[in-house]
Structures are given as structure tokens and as C-alpha cells.
Design a protein around this ligand. Sequence first.
Ligand code: SIN
Ligand code: FE2
Length: 222
Amino acid sequence: MMTMDLFDDLDAPAWAIESRLEQLAPGAVVLRGFATANAITLLADLNRVIADAPFRHMVTPGGFRMSAAMTNCGALGWVTDRTGYRYDAIDPETGRDWPPMPESFLRVAQDAAVRAGFEDFEPDACLINRYEPATRLSLHQDRNERDFTAPIVSVSLGIPAVFLFGGLNRADKSRRVPLAHGDVVVWGGPARLRYHGVLPLKEASHAMLGRQRINLTLRRAG
Ligand code: SIN
Ligand code: FE2
């Protein structure tokens, strides 16, 4: 739950900042436009990451090709193949370590976590998803991490999407949360294992990214 003291050191009036924070559920918030001012730096750093670890379409344990293209940076990367879901220190495509986590990714994730009420977030994994119009991500829980005490921080860039934010059971009703360029969603504590997903994206174009949405999901995996 947000309290006013989080805003004490900021110049803008508390209401102006608070109006950019929307609570989705206990432990879950959307920070509207939180990453907008850093987008150019984040995308420049992303380009360096994908030069080392290109986007690829992974396969689920059930044999389905995922519609979002993915890559990772940080000490651990999330991967899926016919043997299951896991975190791995090595990129199976290149046989090398994943590229290091850019400072800009770490900074925005830690700042967003603090704004959402989670101190001491030390992410060691960043999954990077690339969506095009019609790409979707089905409802799932993030549960391959070793413990669930750290929050998830999810940064949206590029064309808009509708984020589905559900409950702790797959069958619980989901909220539909429109996410735009620069929006950051943080969920942790009692919300850490909530189901979530992304509806098929509509046709759109963004000034910086064209027909793409990039999502950075920062986690403490190991
Ligand atoms: C994810 O759950 O891994 C990504 C969510 C998103 O793209 O907003
Ligand atoms: Fe997820």
C-alpha cells in the first residue's frame, strides 16, 4: 500500500505523482509513464543486448512455438524447450553467458520497485519479450524463480497492449489493464503469484519502435 512519505523528497505535489500510480491489487501497481524519460537509453542498451543474444522464438514443453520472440540479459536467463521451463546462465543459442544487465535496466527496475513499496530489489534476470501485432502471451504465473520474496518489475515500450492481471487461481477473473509506452507494472508480496498474460496486440505503430512492443521483465531468479 502506498503511503505519502514515499513522496516526501520529491518536488511535485504528492497528488500529481500519486495520480500516476494505479493500484491493481494489494502488492500490485501500474506506474504510468515511469520509464518514458529513459526510453532512449533503455532502447540503446537493448540494441547492445540483442547484438549478443538475438531474439528467438522458443518452444514450450508441449511443443508450441511461442508467438513472442524472446531473449535475456543478466546472470540468469529464462528459457523454455521440450524439456521444460528453467533459468540458465548460458544462452542455448550461442553457448555463451547472457549479456550483462545494462545499468539502465537495473536503475529503472529498482526505482520502480521502491516506488511500489519494495526496497532492496536485486534482479539477476531480465527476460525481454518482443511482440508484433497479433502476438499474445497466454495466462501464466512467474514461478520458476527460486523464491518469491522479490517482486516482478515489467517495463513496456513501443506499441500498446492489454495486460491481463488475474488472481492466484487460473480460473479467477482477470482485469484488463491497457499498457502504453513507458508504463511499468510491479507485482510482489501477496500479488507475486498472480496469473497474468497479454491479449493479442492490435495493429499499431510507435515513433521509436515501429510495429513492435518490447517488454522487459526483471526478476530475482537465483
Ligand atoms: C511476461 O509475463 O513475461 C510479460 C508480460 C508483458 O509482456 O507485459
Ligand atoms: Fe510473466
